[in-house]
Design a protein around this ligand. Structure first.
Ligand SMILES: [Zn+2]
Length: 175
C-alpha cells in the first residue's frame, strides 16, 4: 500500500533531489537520516503509535551530485522519470516493469527514448509489437530527463493534491 505513495526528498540545502516511496521516507525519518517537512493527512497507525505520512522530507546530510554526468540510465531512474506510472494506461498501482517501445527484437534500443514504465498487463498486451500495432498510446514520449528530479510538480504528487481534508488511515502492519 505504502509503495503507491511518493514522497519528495529535498537535499540538506532544500534543493529537490528525487522522489521515493513513502515507506522509504518513513524509514529515513525514523532512522534519523531525514526530517519531515510536510504531510498530506494520511495517518499511519502502528500498534503503539500513529503519525502522518510524510510527503516532503529533507535529508540531514548534504548529498553531493555530479551535475555534469547527468542522470544514470537505470531502471530506477526510468521509474522516477515516469513517476512510477504505466506509460500506456496511466496506472501506478499495478506491478510495474519497463518496456521497449520499439521492441528489442526489431532493433529497439535500450535507452532513455525507447524505454518506458509499463504495468505487467500492458507489457503483456503489447508483447513484441509497436504501440501503433496494438493501438496503444504513450502517455508521453520518453526522453532523457535533464535533472527532471529537480523540477517539482504537484502532478507527480497525487498525495499533495488530495489536501489535508481527506484524512485516511493506513495500518502499519499492512503497508
Ligand atoms: Zn498499463
Amino acid at each position: 500500500m505504502l509503495d503507491a505513495f511518493k514522497s519528495l526528498v529535498l537535499n540538506y540545502s532544500y534543493e529537490p533531489l528525487q522522489f521515493c516511496t513513502a515507506r522509504h521516507a518513513i524509514t529515513m525519518v525514523f532512522g534519523g537520516r531525514a526530517e519531515e517537512l510536510d504531510s498530506a493527512g494520511y495517518l499511519v497507525r502502528t500498534p503503539s503509535t500513529s503519525f502522518e505520512l510524510p510527503t516532503v522530507i529533507r535529508v540531514l546530510k548534504m548529498v553531493r551530485r555530479n551535475r555534469k554526468k547527468g542522470l544514470a540510465f537505470s531502471k530506477k531512474n526510468i521509474l522516477r522519470r515516469d513517476n512510477y506510472t504505466c506509460q500506456y494506461c496511466g496506472l501506478s498501482n499495478h506491478p510495474l516493469t519497463v518496456d521497449h517501445v520499439n521492441p528489442k527484437s526489431r532493433g529497439g534500443k535500450t535507452n532513455w527514448t525507447n524505454i518506458v514504465v509499463a504495468c505487467k498487463t500492458c507489457n503483456l498486451k503489447k508483447g513484441d509489437r509497436t504501440p501503433l500495432e496494438v493501438n496503444m498510446k504513450l502517455v508521453r514520449l520518453p526522453r532523457k530527463p535533464d535533472l527532471f528530479l529537480l523540477s517539482f510538480h504537484p502532478d507527480r504528487m497525487p498525495m499533495l493534491k488530495s489536501g489535508k481534508s481527506t484524512c485516511q488511515t493506513i495500518s502499519w502492519p499492512n503497508l
